[in-house]
Ligand binder design. Sequence first.
Ligand code: BES
Ligand code: ZN
Ligand code: ZN
Length: 478
Amino acid sequence: MHFKTNPKKPSQTALRVIPVMGEENLSTMKEKLVQSPLSKLLFSGEKDSSYSLESEGRLVLLLGLGKEPEYKTVETAFRRILSKNQKLAESGLSLDFPATFTPEQTEAGLIGLILGTYSIGFYKKEKPKSFAKLKVEVHSALKNIDELVERAEKIAAAKMAAFELVDLPPNKITPEYLADWAKDLGKKNKVNVKVFDTKKAKSEGLEAFLAVGRGSAREPKFIILEYRHPKAKFHLGLVGKGVTFDTGGLNVKTQGMHEMKSDMGGAAAVLATTKLVADLGLPIHLTTIVPAVENAVDKDAYLPSEVIGSHAGLSIEVIDTDAEGRLILADGLSYLVKNYQPDQLINLATLTGSSIGTFGYQCAALFTNDGGLSHGLQQAGEGVGERSWPLPIWEEYAREMDSEIADIKNYHGKPFAGAITAAKFLQAFTHGHAAWAHLDIAGVSFMDGEFAKTKTGTAYGVGLLLKYMEGYIGKTEV
Ligand code: BES
Ligand code: ZN
Ligand code: ZN
């Protein structure tokens, strides 16, 4: 896809796309495309509506967004253009942004347009259509429209990288694949990448992480990425759950196992975010850790009731081998705090079915011991359509995880407060860090949607983390 902003000689053949924000904008639109009361019955600019027509020999697509559309509404409407109207766009595209469109809405529209080129038909004989040569004209009155286009291209690329990491099957996306992905990022960008294999992880004391990986033929990889801008004043630590497939281990899953290729959605989000931060050159210090393992079943698999060690030095009684995410995150969090001392620490994980039981598919469950993070993450996510909502982490819940034989157990074995007790387990491995947040993204990272017939990756976390970091940097600059 090639973008051209405000060209002097606009194309006379490209499909014109005009966003329409409800009736108001319809009546003030300079083109009188939908005038009569009858045609208004067909199209009135409502959210999620669209209308295509021919005017002066050109194809025109009116995108209904409704009044004051939110970021996600705009992104989704624009994503439909190439995902659903491919034929109309064959001779190019012209996006006519109205003067009332804000920079955020314009960003969302451009990102959505690019995301419309994504398809999951990776293994089909017939390859998905390529949009590499498509010409897109952007007509906008915004002063920084060139910058906005460049930024949107980077954000969309990061989101699509996250889609792909989640959607590709687990025989492709192995721990080694994630490690190579990170190394490749390190080669192309100013990101320092370290990968620990089993031997090195052993010598670093990552015992909980290794226990989970023991039953798999695929070697676990502990991945560390560091990006440091010379002007950085803020050091953020990210940890993403990288279970490339979760069979449940010996507590083998009896339901929905095929969906567990998505159990590295947290890893996908933090890896794509790290790529994006480097692409944008954000003035920040970012350290990202991805413990990558496959939770499988064989003679070496860890056993329910086994007691294992951990990087933090706590012994852990394994009640359930399907509560594996918290074990690898425990080592990820502890390692990050001990070796990198970030100012703030955020982990993302497809951690519990319980978080879906609580919130459904509308938001991530947010757990944090810091008011600024709580407010900041919720606000940032709201602004880009990646919602989260807080749950409590009162000390009483931690008592549920007390073990008789070890320092802590990985599951309380009760049919309540599953997401909260999992969060309390994680917190025990943060060495009392004063600004830690955990986002349980089980319900929002891999979802049913209108762009595919099966569940697909959503890149949840990429938009939210970018917005959060930019907000935080902006605050500390003044
Ligand atoms: N990866 C799952 C959580 C999950 C469930 C993610 C559904 C996405 C969709 C996690 O490792 C798991 O199995 N959790 C168990 C924990 C239990 C055994 C304590 C769960 O939530 O049932
Ligand atoms: Zn599990
Ligand atoms: Zn899992």
